[in-house]
Design a protein around this ligand. Structure first.
Ligand SMILES: [Zn+2]
Length: 553
């Protein structure tokens, strides 16, 4: 039988993992994967797409966003005013209907991501007890591959293992928990602080060496031990860390101590913009940027990667596994507020917020994000993110790309924000402009490497045929906001902004090996404390409709 080939010919290919930097190349696809061109010159492709004059990149990968699970769904319900205001996504022959606003519905999330040229996205904070909820929403989120990180920075079993000095037990539990939830990576959110918030009024930790009630462990111990476990288990992604003191003036020192707490283990510092602040006291005018000393540390320590968490001006919804932070934000913005606890696992906070360009703090947040992109020397260790929807929507990525590629435009925008930031930020002196290759790194090739996804983020043989094709344009925001074609798993899913194929996509998860002896102890723990029995806790293989297990090498 003749082999079915799909050929994309003549595009300017940007594939940084293979050192291809805008050269015209042909791509051959078979069974959803990129393949070597057929050796027989007589072979004709069954499908052909002429990409001459167009820019071809691997599909985008968002390594940190909030798109599924209980807090996302609660946030949707909390913002009816947005649903009334923003036009919905209408049903067509290929699409279901959906709502937008800062927290789009499942279907709209899939369509909007793929319409932007993103083919993979990871939700950053799912309580393992709510894993089924996240998986069910993933099954309803079309067109993209997706996965989630498992909250474990305030997990009682983890803190007890550290308290008892049982690193083997902790390692086995981390592996078991990831497999039970069918998650992708361990996530720490304000380690220890959320547990304190659950214990007492306005409770929190305020640095990495504070003691957590009852367990008498510190955030530093939680960070180090989970990072060590992730390394020893050879997880594809490192531990993913939302540090203590998010958003607080002067928090940069906590961030620096968090990076030191890794003690050389791999660690990913997420939405680092929110953790790079100088200043202090109640005096807002002292608020400033501490990106330089932190970026210096990142530049010197190759075990650390970051994503930015860029803030864009406008209204959005903050949602976080950091319960005390949600309360803090609802007080700052005098907004409605939701707080939730998940048994012995985690918490969450939700509050609508609005970033204003004339606000000193908000203008600093905007500038600090851009400083991060421009002050980390190695683009392979900084990923683009807005912490969707916390800093802004993922739909703002083309705007960030323009700010990074066009220094004149960036400085023009800097002139429109709070004048003190305009004068004090190093942005006014930074002339660095990202190249298309560097954009390809921070939006797809780099995140794929950080996540250990060897079959994504590149266009070599064996890669998933997730491909985005753009029409070149001088204005990079225009170029990136509406790809000409998006191919997912070898299928043409988007053409000129229209969904042509309601492809589902897969859920990516890991199932690391662990010492099975630990199960007796975990089962005991469940019998004593959980509302659900041990044998009912793990998400079974048949629970997810379309999935792919990623190996721990
Ligand atoms: Zn986040």
């Amino acid at each position: 039988m003749a082999e079915e080939y799909f050929k994309i010919s003549g595009g300017y290919v940007y594939d940084p993992i293979h050192g291809v930097d805008g050269q015209a190349r042909d791509l051959w696809i078979r069974d959803g994967k990129i393949v070597e061109p057929p050796t027989d010159p007589q072979v004709r492709p069954t499908r052909h797409l002429n990409a001459a004059g167009l820019v071809v990149m691997p599909g985008g990968i968002d390594m940190h966003c909030h798109i599924a699970g209980p807090k996302v769904n609660t946030a949707r319900k909390m913002r009816p005013e947005e649903k009334r205001r923003d036009p919905p996504v209408y049903r067509t022959a290929n699409t279901r209907s959906g709502t937008l606003g800062s927290v789009p519905s499942t279907f709209a999330t899939g369509y909007k991501y793929v319409g932007l040229g993103y083919t993979t996205a990871f939700d950053a904070a799912v309580p393992p007890l709510s894993a089924r909820h996240a998986h069910e929403e993933f099954d309803d989120t079309p067109c993209i591959d997706k996965g989630f990180y498992v909250l474990m920075g305030n997990n009682h079993y983890i803190m007890r293992s550290i308290q008892r000095n049982e690193p083997q037990q902790l390692k086995a539990f981390v592996a078991w928990l990831l497999g039970a939830a069918k998650g992708y990576a361990p996530k720490l959110v304000n380690p220890g602080g959320v547990e304190m918030w659950k214990n007492r009024a306005s409770g929190n930790v305020h640095g990495v060496d504070d003691l957590v009630d009852y367990y008498n462990v510190t955030p530093r111990q939680i960070i180090r031990e989970v990072a060590r476990a992730a390394d020893e288990l050879r997880l594809p992604h490192s531990v993913h860390i939302h540090s203590n003191n998010l958003g607080m003036p002067g928090n940069w020192q906590t961030t620096l101590e968090t990076m030191k707490a890794l003690e050389g283990h791999r660690g990913h510092m997420t939405h680092i913009q929110f953790h790079s602040y100088g200043g202090g006291d109640a005096d807002e005018s002292t608020f400033n940027s501490k990106v330089q000393p932190l970026a210096d540390y990142v530049n010197e320590h190759s075990n650390i990667t970051v994503d930015v968490g860029q803030v864009l001006f406008g209204e959005t919804t903050s949602m976080t596994g950091d319960g005390p932070l949600g309360y803090y934000l609802s007080n700052v913005y005098k907004s409605k507020w939701f707080s939730g606890d998940t048994e012995m696992e985690s918490g969450c906070g939700i509050a609508p917020i609005k970033y204003r360009n004339k606000s000193l703090v908000h203008a600093w947040q905007w500038a600090i994000g851009l400083e991060w992109y421009l002050l980390v020397n190695d683009p392979w260790r900084v990923a683009m993110s807005t912490d969707h929807p916390n800093g802004g929507s993922f739909l703002a990525y083309p705007q960030i790309i323009r700010l990074l590629m066009d220094a004149t435009y960036r400085k023009d925008v800097l002139k429109t924000v709070n004048p003190r930031v305009g004068r004090q930020s190093v942005l006014q002196d930074l002339n660095r402009e990202y190249t298309l290759s560097e954009i390809a790194i921070i939006t797809r090739a780099g995140p794929a490497k950080m996540l250990g996804l060897t079959h994504k983020g590149h266009l070599g043989p064996g890669a998933d045929a997730d491909i985005t094709i753009y029409t070149p344009h001088e204005n990079k925001e225009t170029m990136f906001e509406l790809p000409k074609f998006v191919i997912k798993s070898g299928r043409l899913v988007v053409e000129d902004g229209e969904i042509r194929d309601p492809h589902l996509g897969k859920t990516l998860y890991i199932a690391p090996d662990y010492d099975r002896d630990v199960e007796t102890d975990i089962a005991d723990w469940f019998e004593q404390y959980y509302s659900i029995r041990f044998r009912n806790y793990p998400v079974s293989d048949d629970y997810i409709h379309s999935s792919e297990q990623i190996a721990c090498p």
